[in-house]
Design a protein around this ligand. Structure first.
Ligand code: F3S
Length: 293
C-alpha cells in the first residue's frame, strides 16, 4: 500500500526541467545519417560509439548499427564518422580500403577543425582548450598537425603566434582562464576563437539557474558524455546537491523524498524520452505501477 505521507510529499514537489532538452541538432543529425546509411548500404558501422548514451546505443545495436574501434574492423557496408569528428587520416584510410564513409561530424565541430587547419597553415601554434583524450579534441588535433597542443596551465610554446580554439563542449570560464594564462606569457600574437557550441552554453546556464533555486538537481546523461559531466560539475561547483543518472531507475527515492524543489537537466546526447522518464519518476517516485525500476 502507498504511504499517505510520502504521497503528500511527492504531490508538493516541484519539478523544473531545463530547456533545451533532448538531442542537440548535431546528435540528431548523426543518428539520422546513420539510419539513412543503414537503409542505403544495408550495413553500417560507427567509428566509436555514435552517442555517449547506453539506451540509444542499445536501440541502434538492435537496428544493426554497431560501433567499431578501428576503420579496419568495418567489413562491408559503410562507416559513419560520429558528431565528434575524426582526424583526416581516417578519411584517407577509408579511401585506401575502399570503404564508403558517411561523415556525420557536427557542422560546429567541422568549423573548429577548419579554423585549426587554417591557423596551422598561417604559421600559428594551435592551442585546443578541452579534454586531452576526448575524441573531438583528437579530431581537432588531427587537423592541426604538428602545430596542435591541448591547453595546459604549464604549457610554454616556442611559436610567437598562438591561435586558441575550444572544444565545443567546454565552458566559457575554462576558456577565459586559459586565455588569461596565455596572455600573461606575452606571445607576439594571440588569436582566440570562441568555438563553444551555443546549445552547450544554454544547457550550462540552465544548470546554473537550477542549482541556485533547487534542493536537488538531477543531471541526466551518459557517464562518458563530456557535456553531461560538465553540467554535473557546474551544479556541484554552485554548491547545490546533485545526482547524475543515466536512467530513472538509478534515482535515489529516499533522497528525493526529502526534496521539495527538484531540477532536471540533461546532456545533449540524452534522448527526450529518458528525460521525461526521469521527470515523471521525480514527480511520483512511489508510483505503484512503475515498470522501469
Ligand atoms: Fe554539435 Fe553542439 Fe551538439 S557541437 S554535437 S550541436 S552539442
Amino acid at each position: 500500500m502507498r504511504d499517505a505521507g510520502v504521497k503528500r510529499q511527492s504531490e508538493r514537489r516541484r519539478v523544473r526541467v531545463a530547456r533545451p532538452t533532448g538531442f542537440c541538432f548535431g546528435v540528431e543529425r548523426a543518428i539520422r545519417l546513420a539510419r539513412d546509411g543503414q537503409a542505403k548500404h544495408g550495413r553500417v558501422f560507427t567509428l566509436g560509439e555514435l552517442v555517449h548514451n547506453p539506451s540509444v546505443l542499445d536501440e541502434l545495436e538492435r537496428e544493426g548499427i554497431r560501433a567499431v574501434k578501428r576503420v579496419e574492423q568495418c567489413r562491408g557496408g559503410a562507416l559513419v564518422i560520429r558528431a565528434h569528428g575524426a582526424p583526416p587520416e581516417v578519411a584517407d584510410r577509408c579511401r585506401e580500403l575502399g570503404i564508403t564513409m558517411i561523415d556525420a561530424t557536427c557542422p560546429y565541430v567541422g568549423k573548429v577543425q577548419s579554423v585549426a587547419r587554417r591557423l596551422k597553415s598561417q604559421g600559428y601554434a594551435v592551442v585546443v582548450v578541452g579534454e586531452k583524450n576526448h575524441p573531438e579534441v583528437r579530431s581537432i588535433l588531427g587537423f592541426s598537425g604538428d602545430a596542435g597542443r591541448v591547453y595546459s596551465p604549464r604549457m610554454r610554446l616556442r611559436s610567437p603566434k598562438v591561435g586558441v580554439v575550444a572544444q565545443t563542449t567546454t565552458s566559457h570560464p575554462r576558456l577565459r582562464e586559459a586565455v588569461a594564462n596565455l596572455n600573461r606569457l606575452r606571445y607576439t600574437e594571440l588569436r582566440v576563437f570562441d568555438t563553444i557550441c551555443e546549445e552547450v552554453t544554454a544547457r550550462q546556464r540552465a544548470a546554473a539557474r537550477l542549482a541556485a533555486v533547487c534542493d536537488l538537481v538531477v543531471v541526466v546523461g551518459g557517464r562518458s558524455s563530456a557535456n553531461t559531466s560538465r553540467l554535473a560539475e557546474i551544479v556541484r561547483d554552485a554548491g547545490a546537491e546533485m545526482v547524475h543518472v543515466e536512467r530513472a531507475s538509478e534515482l535515489p527515492r529516499e533522497r528525493l523524498a526529502r526534496c521539495r524543489r527538484v531540477g532536471v537537466v540533461a546532456g545533449s546526447s540524452t534522448p527526450a524520452w529518458v528525460v521525461s522518464e526521469v521527470a515523471d519518476f521525480v514527480r511520483n517516485p512511489d508510483k505503484e505501477d512503475r515498470t522501469d525500476v
